[in-house]
Design a protein around this ligand. Structure first.
Ligand SMILES: [Zn+2]
Ligand SMILES: [Zn+2]
Length: 386
């Protein structure tokens, strides 16, 4: 049966490459990926998937389902297709979208025999305001049994962890006045922001080493001779687990309040982007995928990356067994979020990664659909980690 998957991927390979290359040529930013979504949706429609667009209130999100009509697990492949300002597909999401779509189409051809259903979820704006967050919150994964996504990289890595993250904005409101003639009349909002940075820098000594806190001053006054009456800082705060992150964020908020007291400015705290949870890899599912990749690709599969980033797949992994491995483009020195990374996605190595990733995903889906012992082991592990 797996031989048939190899043939099915072979049949659609050229179309997948064309779609990925055209996404590279026409990169679209998060929540504006209309053309990219259309291309993937059109391809899935061609292969008899039922399409629903504009889900969870996101115009460029979609759900495409192929249901065999026979009982069996529901396998979800997640497709990303957002690009970055300046560097286009510098994170290679053109490959992610096509690998997941290709895997789903190939697997769908075997469903009349093995039963179950396969779904592609189009998940916009991973780089900014990941749609996987509202999808996880609004029950999209309730009837799904496993969720998979593969990210391109320089080298192949097993699925691992990622940091939980909150994006927090601190706005201080003071009182303007002439900075030289009547400084005593002013309340300096910028001073609060500076104290906020100082306080956070003092906190760094007393958090675990996985914590990352990094921020900018996005608003710091208009002119040096006017006491700044409004100042704003934006921070990302990250930690290995959601629970510990919540503790750290509490401390950061106390610092922010202290900084307001020091000047008398008023403080407003908001989340300027969605929060991401830490990634929990389902090890049983991950091992099956790794076995399939090793069988498919001649590149080494390295242990999980020691990563300090955050991904919206983390939120998905909290509600359904999930994996987020990396597929190598045979270029160990490749740096993500660069033009070079984007350019590599359209080379022979990038195309090979697309093929190998799609096939390994399809094979893994097939294993989950046909091996009930494996299916149970995946669910048991998930229940245990919850
Ligand atoms: Zn990225
Ligand atoms: Zn990415």
């Amino acid at each position: 049966m797996k031989q048939q998957l190899i043939e099915e991927i072979g049949k659609i390979k050229q179309q997948l490459l064309n779609i990925s290359d055209s996404l590279y040529e026409n990169p679209e930013l998060g929540d504006q990926e209309y053309q990219s979504m259309q291309k993937l949706v059109a391809f899935l429609k061609e292969h008899q998937f039922e399409i629903e667009t504009n889900i969870v209130g996101r115009a460029t999100a979609f759900k495409a389902e192929f249901n065999s009509g026979k009982p069996g697990p529901k396998i979800a492949y997640l497709a990303e297709y957002d690009a970055l300002p300046g560097v286009g597909h510098g994170c290679g999401h053109n490959l992610i979208g096509t690998m997941s779509t290709g895997a789903a189409v190939a697997l769908s051809k075997l469903l009349h025999v093995v039963g179950g259903s396969v779904i592609v979820l189009g998940t916009p704006a991973e780089e900014t305001n990941g749609a996987k967050v509202p999808m996880s919150e609004q029950g999209i994964f309730d009837d799904i049994d496993v969720a998979m996504i593969v990210h391109p990289g320089g080298t192949s890595h097993e699925s691992g962890e990622s940091l939980a993250m909150d994006a927090i904005q601190f706005s201080y409101f003071g009182k303007p006045s002439h900075a030289a003639a009547s400084p005593e009349q002013g309340i300096n909002a910028l001073d609060s922001v500076i104290q906020l940075f100082n306080g956070i820098n003092a906190l760094r000594q007393h958090v675990t080493s996985d914590v990352r806190i990094h921020g900018i001053i996005s608003e710091g006054g208009q002119a040096a001779n006017v006491v700044p009456d409004k100042a704003t800082a934006q921070f990302y705060v990250r930690a290995k687990s959601r629970d510990y992150l919540n503790e750290v964020v509490e401390k950061v908020k106390h610092i922010a309040e202290g900084a307001a007291s020091m000047t008398g400015a008023l403080l407003e705290i908001t989340n300027y982007e969605l929060s991401y949870d830490n990634m929990i890899t389902n090890q049983v599912l991950s091992d099956v995928y790794t076995k399939n990749l090793k069988e498919t690709s001649n590149q080494a599969v390295l242990p999980p990356k020691a990563t300090y980033g955050s991904i919206d797949m983390g939120n998905v992994s909290q509600v359904v067994p999930a994996i987020h491995p990396y597929i190598g483009m045979n270029e160990a020195t490749l740096v993500p979020h660069t033009k070079e990374f984007a350019d590599t996605t359209i080379t022979e190595e990038g195309h090979q990664a697309l093929h190998d990733g799609a096939l390994s995903l399809a094979k893994t889906g097939y294993d989950v659909l046909t091996d009930s012992k494996l299916f149970k082991a995946i669910q048991d592990e998930f229940k245990k980690t919850k």
